[in-house]
Design a protein around this ligand. Structure first.
Ligand code: ZN
Length: 270
C-alpha cells in the first residue's frame, strides 16, 4: 500500500509534468472507484490550468482556479503521465488529458483509491480534522507531548492517529519507535517530553530517508509500464518478527496492537 513517502514521491514525479499545463478533457471509464466520482471532476476541470500538485496526508490535490481534484491511491493505485495515444490497459480508470498531447492516467486494480472534487475555497470533509504533516515544523516533540497527556492508548496507536499527525503508517511508526527506543505498547501519557522529542525526530528521519530512496524511481512516473516500483527499504523491525535485533542481536518480538501487527525489541525499547 502506498505510504506517505510513496505519495510524496508520486507528487514530486508528477509535478513537473502537470504544473502549468491546461486540462483539455477528462475521460472516466467508470463512474466510481472507492466512491462515486463527482460530476464536477469532468465538468469543471476541462479548460483549467493546473497551478500546483499538492499533497495533504496521503491525498494528492491538483489545484486549479475552479477547485481541486482530490486523489487517493488507496491500496493499489498508481498515476502516470503517458502519451495521448498510449493503449488502455486493464484497470486504467481515468485519464486527465493535457494540452501537450499527454495525459495523466489513474490505474487502480483494487479500486480502494478515489477521485473527488474540492471546490475552490472549501476543505473537503476527508481533509478536515487532520493533524499536522509529520515533515512540517508543526510536528515536534512538544506537539506529541501535549497531545498525549492523560492518554492510556499505546504510543504507537497515538502515532498512527491521523488527528494527531498524518501519514505515519504501520511501517514508519514501528521503525521510528525502534530508533527512539520506545516500546510501542507503552501508554502514550507515560512517555516523557524528552522521549517524544526523540520520537518526532526519528519519525521525520525515517520518512525523509524513504522519500530520498524513492527519488531513484521518479522516472517510472513517465512513460512506464506496470506499477511503479515502490522502493525497497532497509527496515530495522517492520516485517522482521523473530529475526535478530540489529542493535542487540536478541530476537525481535511480534504481537498485535490496535489491530496491527507490531514488531519491537524487548531489550532496546522500553
Ligand atoms: Zn535490541
Amino acid at each position: 500500500m502506498p505510504e506517505l513517502p510513496e505519495v510524496e514521491t508520486t507528487r514530486r514525479g508528477l509535478a513537473p509534468h502537470l504544473e502549468g499545463r491546461r486540462i483539455q478533457g477528462v475521460q472516466l471509464r467508470r463512474a466510481d472507484l472507492r466512491w462515486p466520482i463527482p460530476e464536477q471532476v469532468a465538468e469543471a476541470l476541462p479548460g483549467q490550468r493546473v497551478h500546483t500538485v499538492r499533497r495533504r496526508a496521503k491525498y494528492l490535490l491538483l489545484d486549479t482556479a475552479a477547485g481541486s481534484a482530490l486523489l487517493h491511491l488507496g491500496m493499489s493505485g498508481s498515476l502516470r503521465v503517458l502519451p495521448g495515444d498510449a493503449p488502455v490497459r486493464a484497470h486504467d480508470h481515468v485519464d486527465i488529458v493535457l494540452d501537450n498531447g499527454r495525459l495523466l492516467r489513474f490505474n487502480d486494480p483494487r479500486r480502494f483509491g478515489c477521485l473527488l472534487w474540492q471546490p475552490r475555497g472549501e476543505l473537503h470533509p476527508l481533509l478536515r480534522g487532520l493533524g499536522p504533516e509529520p515533515l512540517s515544523a508543526d510536528f515536534d516533540g512538544d506537539h506529541l507531548y501535549a497531545a498525549s497527556r492523560g492518554r492510556k492508548a499505546a504510543v504507537k496507536t497515538l502515532l498512527m492517529d491521523q488527528r494527531i499527525v498524518v501519514g505515519v503508517g504501520n511501517i514508519y511508526a514501528a521503525e521510528a519507535l525502534f530508533a527512539s527506543g520506545i516500546a510501542p505498547q507503552r501508554a502514550a501519557g507515560r512517555v516523557s517530553r524528552a522521549r517524544y522529542e526523540a520520537l518526532a525526530t526519528e519519525v521525520k528521519a525515517v520518512l525523509e530517508r524513504a522519500i530520498r530512496r524513492g527519488g531513484t524511481t521518479l522516472r517510472d512516473f513517465l512513460d512506464a509500464d506496470g506499477a511503479p516500483g515502490y522502493f525497497e527499504q532497509e527496515l530495522a523491525v517492520y516485517g522482521r518478527g523473530g529475526a535478530p535485533c540489529r542493535r542487540c542481536d536478541r530476537p525481535l518480538r511480534q504481537a498485535w496492537l490496535g489491530q496491527r501487527t507490531t514488531v519491537w525489541c524487548g531489550h532496546c525499547q522500553k
